[in-house]
Design a protein around this ligand. Structure first.
Ligand SMILES: Nc1ncnc2c1ncn2[C@@H]1O[C@H](COP(=O)(O)OP(=O)(O)OP(=O)(O)O)[C@@H](O)[C@H]1O
Ligand SMILES: [Mg+2]
Length: 478
């Protein structure tokens, strides 16, 4: 009896060794691995996606339905994924939700996505996707949520099936898209003038003009002619990257043209893509980038013209005739600038770190509303390949100590610079004012010495008008 039991045990052991383990990955898992090999997973975030697993249910971003272990949702937003969306996605036939928002996905949407019969949510917003929107998406009868916004899709939105039920919010921020849902008629449509949301012109002398969102309602010839006429008399200032001119059109509208002489190594394609992203960012407290012109010798960025110039100029160099900034005006400037910066940090995807917040980058319109300028420019022109830069961007006096130390620009280093800007507004002194720099202090150190001696009132710019010290301390300094 004992012998036969042992024989049985040996047999079972032999059987389990000789029979191949059913360890193969489910077809859904295989399809996801195809997807992974298409995505350029720069940060290795998909390392949990492995061939040796039986199913993909424990993989990052994957949710399955139990007990059949079919993949129901894929949530990979903000994962720095590059590359195309492979057509093999269609093999996850039970998918209900795809969230790929805020990556760097390129190429076009594979038409095979229209074979995912149960798909209810498709979010591909804030990527670098191009091409036309495949009509097959119209077949997804269960689709309830579609977000293709902030990409580079072009052409007419197919007015078929479920696609015709989505409105502007699903498509916003695709400069070359047209069609009924976004109320933008396509070129060649009958009965309506052709409104170009985004026009491009390659002029004869090698100048290429791109305007965003139809933001410059002039013909390319007219703009290029005006650009060519700019000369020294039109210069309104110059900075680290080039010279700024005022360009006045025939209808008296004015624009600021920034001539960038410095050229960052790298492809023009990336430069232009990033400019398009900056051109799509709109906020009342940000300077609007309306377009750019590429010449063989330089690049010209076309912005709104802000009539009162920079805060730096207004605060420190205003003439006898200018009204000094009173307390209320300074509050308005502080709050508006904060809103602009908060928008870059919290509402843009990917986040935009300014890197050079300072009073010359706060521009004032005729009603003293502040507009943050040059956002995204430091990264565009200086580069940020390893996410760490030497401190080539940024301006002395405004730089956070940790940014000076390790060259890493973050939202926090922007907030430090903004703090310095607030001190500048209250004290009326530049962060490099000789009265404290002579003593080896920066504006923060100077303030700390006065704070220790209870002499904070001394810092307030007398031009502020009559402002109670307690109010000021509460709002700005403590
Ligand atoms: N959109 C604009 N409208 C009106 N004036 C402008 C505009 N942009 C720039 N300026 C003027 O041109 C000056 C130079 O701007 P620019 O951005 O080139 O240099 P900066 O801000 O001093 O330094 P940085 O190059 O570090 O930004 C500004 O101080 C401002 O007076
Ligand atoms: Mg500037």
């Amino acid at each position: 009896m004992k012998l036969s039991f042992l024989a049985l045990l040996a047999l079972i052991t032999l059987w389990t060794i000789s029979i191949p383990q059913s360890s193969s990955l489910t077809p859904d898992g295989e399809a996801l691995l195809e997807l992974k090999s298409g995505f350029n997973d720069t940060k290795g975030l998909l390392r949990s996606w492995k061939h040796k697993d039986h199913n993909p249910c424990g993989w990052l971003g994957v949710t399955c339905h139990f007990p059949d272990l079919r993949v129901r949702s894929m949530a990979l937003h903000r994962n720095s994924l590059h590359g195309p969306i492979p057509p093999e996605i269609k093999n996850c036939t039970e998918l209900r939700a795809i969230y790929l928002r805020a990556n760097y996905l390129q190429g076009s949407i594979p038409p095979e996505i229209g074979e995912l019969d149960y798909l209810t949510i498709l979010d591909l917003s804030s990527n670098l996707l191009r091409g036309t929107i495949p009509p097959s998406i119209g077949q997804l009868v269960n689709l309830r949520f579609l977000n293709l916004s902030t990409n580079f899709f072009s052409g007419e939105i197919p007015n078929v099936g479920v696609l015709s039920s989505f409105r502007n919010t699903s498509f916003v921020g695709n400069l070359e898209l047209c069609g009924l849902p976004i109320q933008k008629l396509c070129r060649g449509s009958l009965g309506f003038p052709a409104v170009l949301p985004h026009s491009e012109n390659v002029a004869s002398q090698g100048a290429k003009l791109v305007t965003f969102h139809g933001d410059l309602p002039y013909s390319s010839e007219e703009i290029i002619k005006k650009l060519e006429q700019l000369d020294e008399e039109d210069i309104v200032g110059s900075g680290g990257f080039g010279t700024v001119y005022k360009m006045v059109m025939d209808d008296s509208s004015a624009f600021a043209v920034k001539r960038i002489d410095r050229n960052r190594e790298g492809s023009d394609q990336i430069f232009e893509t990033e400019l398009e992203i900056l051109g799509s960012i709109k906020h009342i407290n940000l300077v609007n980038l309306r377009g750019y012109c590429k010449l063989p010798s330089a690049k010209l960025l076309i912005y709104d013209y802000l009539a009162l110039g920079s805060l730096d100029h207004y605060l420190h160099e205003h003439g006898q005739d200018d009204q000094p900034l009173n307390w209320n005006a300074r509050m308005k400037i502080a709050l508006g600038s904060a809103r602009g910066l908060a928008y870059l940090h919290h509402d843009c995807s990917p986040v935009i770190i300014h890197r050079d917040i300072k009073s010359s980058n706060i521009l004032l319109d005729i009603s003293l509303e502040p507009h943050v300028s040059d956002f995204g420019l430091a990264k565009l022109l200086v580069g940020d390949d390893a996410n760490v830069t030497t401190v080539v961007a940024g301006t002395f006096g405004y730089l956070a100590p940790e940014y000076l130390n390790d060259g890493r620009a973050t939202e926090k280093s922007d907030v430090y610079s903004f703090g310095v800007l607030l001190l500048e507004l209250v004290t009326g002194k530049r962060p490099t004012d000789p009265c404290f720099v002579r003593r080896g202090l920066n504006v923060v150190g100077w303030l700390n010495t006065l704070n220790g001696g209870d002499r904070l009132e001394e810092v307030i710019d007398e031009k502020c008008g009559n402002v109670g010290i307690s109010k000021l301390l509460k709002r700005f300094l403590i």
